[in-house]
Design a protein around this ligand. Structure first.
Ligand code: SF4
Ligand code: SF4
Length: 448
């Protein structure tokens, strides 16, 4: 006989209300408690190793920190497939001190922000931690790790591990399963293993999934000239690949599929936001004021990067005669304020407070370009069946880009916003099947 309990609910026997609390908490199974302990132990070993305590035993340090934390995280997440039935899982999110901007969220945010500050400007304090990545680095690249290899390793582990969680949580949606697998594979292969292998082969470290304007130095005149003049055919291919992706593939693919082909399927920044950032997606600001700030900021960054690239080319054509110092200073300012401070420190460190797409929403110049195409020259839209909407607001709550999806659904209006990254979570959490991501004919997608 079918259960009367909706499949998305946690069984009642798993919900406990401790004395003195009015809020339900989900009890962890013994396996998940042990897994959590392993994960915390791995983190502690990693942090203690930062003092140099395990310098004499690098392999043990590596397995005892990164290895143990990875094992613990996977053992913690895999039982979700058995313990939770497929369906919409939101139970307790607004009671969680980590997920609803409580004290724990601030602690996690400050910890992540602090890590980025050390990584970018005080890497000498991470030297002992970096040794945890040495065995992997020697194996993949044939040389010792540096801070960027450690960062890439942690980043990729976060995407893979939290990708497992994402699939377990949204496995009632085929779109979410395939999309999550896509970002995990692109991160693992194209942003981690292939660049490492290129270094092993004494080739330039190149990321085939990053293009101008996100990877602004790929159109830097000095780089372009150096790569094109190289006798190495692979280097010539790399620079031509980047140009084709920027000037041909980006507009064409965005015309057919919207910005989601990149932001939610390929990009590493989007990959981290969709996996590690998923527990925080409800913290995005949905106000009109935030929408206004978002447009001012993102297009300002686009103007900044475009003018910087233009200046560098003018300077190069004039052989540094007139604008030499100024254009180099301009490029350094962009690299500091946007490349490091915004995309790293704020963009990821603020996940627990401002939601998972702070960088994509307020700062990414690639998202700005893709958004302009999506809004004005694309077939992509989210259609809404207004008659079915019960105004529950799930869609707006879980939109990481701060779009008030419900207001469109209530009016039965298509959503064609420049900022929508096509993650499809609004559709996956709608209990009434109101929302549908489509790539129909461009005509009529926007009401005049
Ligand atoms: S509107 Fe929907 S698909 Fe677009 S970003 Fe928001 S949740 Fe994702
Ligand atoms: S579109 Fe769906 S999720 Fe959004 S308010 Fe309506 S019923 Fe709720």
């Amino acid at each position: 006989m079918p259960s009367a309990t909706p499949s998305s609910f946690i069984p009642l026997e798993n919900i406990i209300i401790p004395a003195g609390f009015s809020k339900p908490l989900v009890e962890l199974s013994p396996v998940r408690k042990i897994a959590l302990a392993l994960f915390v132990m791995g983190l502690l070993v990693f942090i203690i190793g930062g003092t140099g305590a395990f310098t004499a035993v690098p392999l043990l340090y590596s397995f005892g920190s990164l290895g143990l934390a990875t094992l613990g995280a996977l053992l913690y997440l895999l039982p979700l497939f058995r313990e939770y039935k497929p369906g919409i899982h939101h139970n307790g999110i607004m009671f969680s001190k980590v997920q609803s901007r409580g004290a724990l969220a601030w602690m996690v945010g400050i910890g992540m922000t602090g890590f980025y500050v050390l990584l970018y400007w005080y890497a000498e304090y991470l030297q002992h931690c970096i040794r945890a990545a040495d065995p992997l680095s020697f194996w993949l690249r044939g040389k010792a790790a540096d801070q960027w290899f450690l960062y890439g390793t942690l980043y990729t582990l976060a995407v893979v591990i939290m990708g497992v969680r994402m699939i377990a949580k949204y496995r009632h949606s085929r779109y979410q399963i395939i999309r999550t697998l896509s970002v995990v594979v692109f991160q693992l292969m194209f942003a981690y293993l292939i660049p490492a292998w290129l270094q092993m082969m004494n080739q330039p470290e190149f990321y085939f999934t990053y293009f101008w304007p996100l990877k602004y130095d790929y159109l830097n005149p000095a780089n372009v000239r150096y790569f094109l003049a190289s006798p190495n055919q692979l280097m010539v291919f790399m620079i031509i690949w980047g140009m084709i992706m920027t000037f041909v593939a980006t507009p064409v693919l965005t015309y057919f599929f919207g910005k989601r082909w990149y932001c939610s399927w390929v990009c590493g920044c989007g990959g981290l936001a969709e996996t590690l950032g998923d527990p925080f997606r409800q913290n995005s600001d949905k106000s009109l004021k935030a929408w206004k700030i978002e447009r001012w900021m993102i297009y300002s960054v686009l103007i900044f990067v475009t003018s910087m690239t233009g200046l560098l080319w003018v300077n190069s054509a004039m052989q540094g005669g007139v604008l030499g110092e100024f254009s180099l200073g301009y490029a350094k300012a962009y690299s500091f304020f946007v490349g490091s401070l915004f995309s790293g420190v704020v963009g990821t460190g603020f996940y627990p407070i401002m939601g998972s797409r702070v960088w994509c929403r307020f700062g990414c110049p690639m998202a700005a370009v893709l958004g302009l195409f999506q809004r004005h020259f694309s077939r992509f839209r989210i259609t809404t069946n207004g008659g079915q909407c019960i105004s529950c607001g799930n869609c707006s709550t879980y939109c990481e880009m701060g779009i008030d999806v419900r207001s469109y659904a209530q009016r039965g209006e298509n959503i064609v916003r420049a900022s929508c990254v096509g993650c499809g979570v609004c559709s996956s959490v709608c209990p009434r099947g109101v929302l549908s991501l489509e790539n129909g004919a461009a005509k009529g997608r926007v009401k005049q």
